[in-house]
Design a protein around this ligand. Structure first.
Ligand code: DC
Length: 221
């Protein structure tokens, strides 16, 4: 690792590729901390929804962002002191987070907070723009992919296990829609960062993915 590189592992990739589980495992293997930036966008989407705010109402959005008190402790995320870890995973928030995460001002505020957190130590950070925008100086950058079918299959099985009645086609269609939104938005679209290691997890187990990321990090350290 050269002195100009930050002790951060950036993991970017599309929805449903298993970034959070992977990132959490990598962090625990290395004894580093884990930051879930998707949870931050979800928390803002929840706050916007609860306030009944339209994104077009810029003064109201500015007030909301100025008063935003986000915190993450382990796997829990807090909004103004309230544990919203469950609430941010609701279908309602999942539906509303895409336009919120495409808003340039929201991104500006959250990226600043993420950089602040990242400066405090050794972190594994996952998201869509971590290696490209937030921490281009991360010592290890990973672009985690899997085919839409492989991602939809995993999501479908997870939903079935929770007792949800869904069609595979519906799950696949939803993932394709989110891929399209994430890769074509004007601000910080999802793409592989310069110098990132690309890892296709379609035919790998979670342990194999974690092993490869830890291996890539150690080879570089
Ligand atoms: O990874 P996730 O599904 O929890 O992410 C929620 C939303 O936030 C999703 O629309 C992608 C977006 N996101 C983003 O734009 N940039 C990040 N760094 C993390 C997530």
């Amino acid at each position: 690792m050269t002195v100009s590189e930050l002790p951060l592992i950036a993991i970017d990739g599309p929805s449903g590729v298993g970034k959070s589980t992977t990132a959490r495992r990598v962090a625990s293997r290395l004894g580093w901390q884990y930051l879930d930036t998707g949870a931050m966008y979800r928390a803002v989407a929840l706050a916007v929804h609860r306030a009944g705010l339209e994104l077009g109402d810029r003064p109201a959005l500015e007030r909301l962002l100025a008063g935003l008190a986000l915190a993450q402790e382990g796997t829990h995320i807090f909004l103004g002191g309230e544990d919203v870890s469950e609430a941010i995973r609701s279908l309602e928030v999942t539906r509303r987070v895409t336009p919120v995460s495409a808003d340039a001002r929201v991104r500006e505020v959250l990226v600043e907070q993420q950089r602040h957190v990242g400066a405090t130590g050794r972190w594994v950070v996952d998201g869509r723009d971590i290696g490209t925008v937030v921490f281009p100086g991360a010592c290890c950058k990973v672009f985690l992919t899997a085919s839409p079918e492989a991602r939809a299959r995993r999501r479908f099985l997870e939903l079935q296990a929770k007792g949800a009645v869904v069609a595979f086609e519906e799950v696949l269609e939803d993932l394709r829609r989110r891929d399209e939104a994430d890769t074509t938005r004007a601000v910080a679209p999802l793409r592989k960062a310069d110098g990132a290691v690309e890892l296709d997890s379609s035919d790998l187990t979670l342990d194999e993915v974690v092993d490869r990321i830890v291996g890539a990090h150690l080879a570089h350290a």
